[in-house]
Structure formats: C-alpha cells, structure tokens
Write a protein that binds this ligand. Sequence first.
Ligand SMILES: [Fe+2]
Ligand SMILES: [Fe+2]
Length: 308
Amino acid sequence: MLSKPEYARLSLEAHLFFARIMKEHSFFIETALTAKYKNNKEKARFFMLKFDRLLAEALAVSAGAIGPDAGAADEIVTPHTLNAELSSSFFTGIPVNTEITQREIAFTRNIKMTFLPKIEEKVYVINQNAIILTAALVNYKKKLLIDVLASRVYLSMYPSLLIHMIEEAKQYIGILQMLQKYENPNEYCGILEQERFWNDIMYEHMEYVRGSLDPIGCEMLETCDTLAREFRINAQRAKSDEAQEIFEDEFAKRSLDLLRETKDFMGKWTEELLKSKIQALVLPIVADHTFREANHYYRLLRAFEKMK
Ligand SMILES: [Fe+2]
Ligand SMILES: [Fe+2]
C-alpha cells in the first residue's frame, strides 16, 4: 500500500511523462492524415488540446511533489524539446503550445521534494480524468486503425506504429489504475511486466527510426539494425520461462548497457535532425519523443536495479 506522498509522486511523474506522450501522439496522427480527413484531424487536435490541459493541471500541482530523479532524467522535456516543437510546428503549420514546454523546462531545473499533503485529492481527480481521457484516445486510435486496415483512410504512418501508440496509452491507463488503488506499479511483479513492455517498445523504435531514414547513403542504418537485434533478443528472453532468473542477473545488466547506448543514440539522432545533418522522413518532435521514452525507461530500469 502506497503512502500519500508516494501516491502523489508516482501519479504526477506518470502524468508529466505520459500526458505529453499522449499529446504528441495526437499531433503525429493529425500530421499523418491528409486534408481530406477533416473530421479525424479535428479529433486528433481535440485530444492534443485536452492532453495539453491535463499536462498543465499536473504541472500546476507538481512543485515539491515529484522526485529529483524524474526531473533530471530528460523524460519530461529534453534540451531539444522546445526546438523540436518549434520546427515541427513550422513544417506542419499546426500550432503547438510551447508555453507549457517553457514552464516544464523551468520546473525541471528546480526540483525540490517538499510534499504538500493537500494535493492528494487533486491528484486523485487528475488521475480519474486522465484514465477517462486516455481511454477515449485509445478508442479513437483503434477506430482509426480499423479504417486504415480497411483502406478507408490513408495515414502516412505504419499501422504497427498506431498499435505501438495504443499500447503506450494502455500502459499509462494501467499504471494509473494501479495507483488509484494505492498499489505500486514499480513493485516486484510489476517490474518484469514493465521491462517486457519497454523492451518491445525500444525494439520497435529502432525499426521505426530505421524505416524513416533515407536508405541511400545513411550511415545510421547499421546501428539501428544492431540495436533492434539486441532489443529483440532481450524481449524474447524477458518473455521466456526462465525470465525470472534472467531478470535477476545478467539480463538486467545487459539491458542497462543497451539502453544507455540507445538513449545516447536517440539524443544524437534528435540533435542531428534539428541541425539537418540527417535526412529522414520524420518530424523532429518524433525524434525527441523517442529520446524521452528511452530516457524514461532508463530511469525506471536504474530504479528497478536498486530495488532488486
Ligand atoms: Fe510514444
Ligand atoms: Fe514509443
């Protein structure tokens, strides 16, 4: 059973990471739809604005309540997020609320944990609203996937990426549902589940990065292949019968090394995209998004190591 400060901390850390992720998924979908699909584009924009508001609500009560590790992990914002947003907004003509990004940057620079007990009720309401909103986003993504697979809608995005984004939304909901029962999603049996989940996600990211690169003359293709292969091996081992033992020892160590390499790669990829040093069919905010997801998993994995 979680204490009140732990409940508030874990909830707000989840929102500051995942609400932005959900907001950006909505942005990715809007940009991937052609002008013909006006209704679907409007719905995507609706979710983007809703998650913006959720993020602002979570941020407004986060001062003093979240841990320094989450603030320092480059998972809420990275040094590239603001530029990536500005340039993605410039390329698409879609306005992005960068004011909240600036507030987050200021917030992550000055994190001190001084839990104020009064926020517990506010956090409870934010969590409930987030579950309802994210469930609605899952339904929207699922319906869009059905339409894409039936060739009723053209989306310049791999269908498996839509599934990937549905899984991330479900992960957010699952974590919040545990928190609403004052259960800790980072306790022993939850750790293996999260490692399995994020290993698959990292594997898929490497494939998507590879799939977005200009196949002619790009030096990064080989690195993507190598990292994807490593994550696929890890993902298979994490799902095997002996996963519990592997999880205890060298598997975790190897995961940490691999992830360190991956997050460095993602950071470099984002930076070079922003400087136009890499040619890829991807908006800079997509790169920064995958960088943040790698940073988030890296922080979780390091915390899990200490708990074992
Ligand atoms: Fe994502
Ligand atoms: Fe992802």
